[in-house]
Design a protein around this ligand. Sequence first.
Ligand SMILES: *Cc1c(COP(=O)(O)O)cnc(C)c1O
Length: 364
Amino acid sequence: MQINYNLKPASERRTEQFEPAENVGFGNLRTDHMFLMDYRDGEWRDPRIVPYGPFEVAPGAIALHYGQSVFEGAKAFKHEDGEIYTFRLDKNAQRLNRSADILCIPGLDEDKQLAAINALIDVDRLWFPMQDGACLYIRPFLFATEDRLSVSPSEQYTFCVILSPSGPYYSDGFDKAIRLLISERFHRAVSGGTGASKAAGNYAASLKAGKAAAEYGAAQVLYLDANNKQIEEVGAMNHFHVCKDGTIIIPTFTDTILKSITSQSILELGELLGCEVRQETVMLDQFLADIEAGEIIEAGGFGTAAVVSPVGSYIFEDNRVVTVGDGEVGPHTRRIYQVLTDIQKGKLAAPGDWVRLVPRLAPV
Ligand SMILES: *Cc1c(COP(=O)(O)O)cnc(C)c1O
């Protein structure tokens, strides 16, 4: 793939923000450039890196009206050798295509996605924050641009990648377990729907639930299946719990659960974590009984942004509260976080090619 570079002159780049040493927060900053590629006449064309900024979208663009739009979220890390490495980006590329397929969007060759992201990181590599625990958050997305008001798949699309230099998700350390609202009123996905894709509309549909959670003093909703029997997942994280013997359990992936790459990594790590990790259907009643009985000792969420999010308690719509263990961050949750972030930072050998060097190629 021949990428066309239209870079900002060095003098116009926001150099004052290069390598910020203070915590820049998560997702707040943008780098100087973005990657774009368009789908027209049945093929992807014109791969280019251009200055970050607004682009033109027709007011009748299908993505704006009917939500034909999908996205991904990944991270790159700086290792001790000063080089930048992406974490399991091939998995994100695969999943973007799976999400695209669910929304009738044409896929984009995984190698082209990886080449696009590597080239963009390379160009904006000076944006990597200096702070310990920092990363470049990578946001690829794909949306329908055809100007047409009838509901059918667009014939034109844009693939875009933007980067957000981010500080550690847990800026005050990894000390506070969150509370989740277990809701019978809100549902994220139904079988046969779009729950297994990172479709933009899934997240618009979760906002009301997020507001309700906040009213209960909860960080987010833990979604149940449409019959309110099984535990599914959190709005942007898979759910997990830890049994008394250390076994980690993640609800079985179905078409109503997004297949988290963090969860898959924990499943594949099993042995390195020194415990069994498996998937099963998790029934709410049993889950609660096991917490009461002390059979379940820790719980939390898995996702790229937070890596691991410890859950200390659940609240129901009748205000009943169920506390997991002592309600604090437990040792298993800490170890999972430590092992996975050490692998990402290159401090622990990564299985296979989980971490891959971003090559230095830029014509700058
Ligand atoms: C992105 C996302 C996750 C987490 O997936 P990762 O690949 O680990 O980042 C979990 N659930 C939903 C609904 C998501 O959108």
